[in-house]
Each structure stands twice: as structure tokens, then as C-alpha cells.
Ligand binder design. Structure first.
Ligand code: ZN
Length: 308
């Protein structure tokens, strides 16, 4: 395993059949580890560029003899050793065919690079070290916590905005915000949309642009502003009109109704009367689901349609 991790492998090209679990493990490794490409040091084994019949190569008896780098197959000027010289040099038992498979699999571009390098100076191949974020992966200090941190920062480069909640609400309210909506009598889809907006992971166009480099981030409704979460669900002209009508409607029913701000729409309202809180939050979350559906259908969010 230690050896494989040092190789610049491609999972689908490895010459073994891997279980789903092992594929997943290797995939995660690829996410956190960056290979510094040096043509003379990169192991020829399990190498995604050194392929024979579309699979990378691995001969364990060669590895045991210390044959790791392309340099081991060459003379000091960068020419490949012929079969006899090669087996004598490493005292290795291998067939002519094996030798030629390996040589043929090495791309010419890589050979040229190594040759170019050898013209300037002598190189000694070194196996790449397993460092992730300046910590040696096989050191005991590299705990699960550290690995998890590296994975998170690689997969989710945008800072988590959970702490935003802490600024706006006291701690006991945060628990209510995080879990209260789960028991509301509304559809799971609506809860899902609320969950996404609450945690700043709703895939609005700006979010998609930041995460996946998608060019377009204009608002689906007005097409003139950047579609951030706040814009889409609150400050867009069309959404504002919707919320104003919504606010008028609830004020008609209850003249004590809270004046809705963006944070109320994002997180839900928190009020003394639990029953009222449940009612308002159900309506708000259903309204957000409605806005979400309008965005998906590319319609403007009209309050009249919501009421139906
Ligand atoms: Zn807009």
C-alpha cells in the first residue's frame, strides 16, 4: 500500500481488480495528495502514463531489486540498456518479452525529458515522499482528524459558514434553528430546501460558479444581478414583491406578526409563542420551496400562485 500511494496511479488502469471500498480509499488519496512530477523519480510502476494494453505495470520482483525509476533502465546518457546489460546489472531473472513490454510502455516524451536532464547533470532517482500538507502521511502524527481536515479543505474550499449562525443567535436558539423545522408538518422536499439554505449549500448560480467554475451566475429571475442565496431568496426585485405580498397576507391574519428580515427567511423565525413560531416557519419554508420551484421552472415567484 505504502508503495502504491507513492505511484502516480490511475485507479481504472491498475492491473488488479479492486473492491469498491479500495477504489474509494484510493480516490480519496488522489484528492489529498499531489504528485510532484519529476520524470527521473516518478515510479514507473502503477503509473497512469506508462501503460501496456491500457493497464499500468507492476512487477514485484523488479521492485524488490530496486528497479523503480526510468533511470534504472538507462545508461548514464539516457539510452535504454539492452536486455543482457539490464539483467546483468540487476541480477534479475526476467524474459526478454517482459523487458520489452516495460521499455515500450514508457512514453517517448518522458524518455526525452530524462535524456535532456541527464545532459546537464547526473540524477539519482528518489521515491516521492508521502507528504500531505507538510505532514508525513505514515507518521503517527498524521491523525484521522488531520486527514479529515485536509479532505474537507480540498473538497470544500469555500469556508463553512456555520459560524454565521453564532453571530446572529444565542446558543439555545441555534439548536432550535437546526432541529425545529424537522418536526414541522411540511413535505420532505421543502425541508430539504430549507436545510440547504440554512447551511449555505443551496446550489444557487453563484454557489455553482464558485464551486464548479461555471461561467454564468446571473439571477434566474431578474437576469441582472449575481444570484447569491441572499439575492435569490430575498433581495431580488421579484422575490421582494413576493415577500411583501406574503407579509401583507400574514399581517392581515395576525397584526402581531413579525416583520420578516433576510435572516428570518434563511433560518426561520424565533418567537416566544411556540405554536405561532411553528406556523410561521412552516409558511416560510413552504414559500422558500415555492421560490426554489419557480427558479427551477424559470418562472417568476408570484404570490398568487403560491397561495394556490
Ligand atoms: Zn434577481
Amino acid at each position: 500500500m505504502d508503495f502504491l500511494l507513492r505511484c502516480d496511479f490511475c485507479i481504472t488502469k491498475l492491473p488488479v481488480k479492486l473492491s469498491k471500498f479500495h477504489q474509494q480509499v484510493l480516490l480519496y488519496w488522489k484528492l489529498i495528495y499531489s504528485h510532484n512530477f519529476t520524470p527521473h523519480s516518478v515510479p514507473i510502476w502503477n503509473n497512469r502514463c506508462i501503460l501496456s494494453r491500457r493497464k499500468s505495470l507492476f512487477f514485484d520482483d523488479w521492485v524488490e531489486r530496486g528497479i523503480l525509476s526510468i533511470l534504472h533502465l538507462m545508461d548514464s546518457r539516457g539510452n535504454f540498456l539492452d536486455y543482457d546489460d539490464f539483467v546483468n546489472k540487476f541480477n534479475l531473472k526476467c524474459t526478454k518479452q517482459q523487458h520489452s513490454v516495460v521499455i515500450k510502455a514508457i512514453p517517448q516524451a518522458m524518455v526525452n525529458m530524462v535524456k535532456g536532464m541527464l545532459l546537464c547533470e547526473n540524477r539519482i532517482p528518489m521515491m516521492p515522499a508521502l507528504f500531505i500538507d507538510d505532514i508525513n502521511f505514515i507518521d503517527k502524527k498524521c491523525t484521522n482528524k488531520i486527514i479529515r481536515g485536509v479532505l474537507t479543505s480540498n473538497l470544500f474550499p469555500l469556508s463553512l459558514k456555520r459560524k454565521n449562525l453564532l453571530k446572529d443567535y444565542p446558543e439555545e436558539s441555534i439548536v432550535r434553528i437546526r432541529t425545529g423545522y424537522l418536526t414541522l408538518p411540511i413535505s420532505p422536499k421543502a425541508k430539504e430546501t430549507h436545510f440547504k439554505t440554512l447551511n449555505d449549500i443551496y446550489p444557487c448560480n453563484e454557489f455553482l460558479r464558485q464551486r464548479f467554475n461555471i461561467d454564468k451566475n446571473n439571477c434566474t429571475f431578474c437576469d441582472s444581478y449575481t444570484e447569491t442565496l441572499e439575492h435569490l431568496f430575498f433581495s431580488c426585485t421579484y422575490t421582494r414583491v413576493f415577500w411583501e405580498a406574503f407579509q401583507d397576507w400574514i399581517s392581515e391574519k395576525d397584526n402581531q406578526s413579525p416583520k420578516l428580515e433576510y435572516k428570518d427567511i434563511k433560518y426561520g423565525v424565533i418567537i416566544q409563542n411556540k405554536k405561532q413560531e411553528m406556523m410561521y416557519n412552516s409558511l416560510i419554508i413552504i414559500a422558500k420551496q415555492f421560490i426554489h420551484r419557480c427558479r427551477f421552472m424559470k418562472n417568476h415567484p408570484l404570490f398568487l400562485v403560491y397561495m394556490n
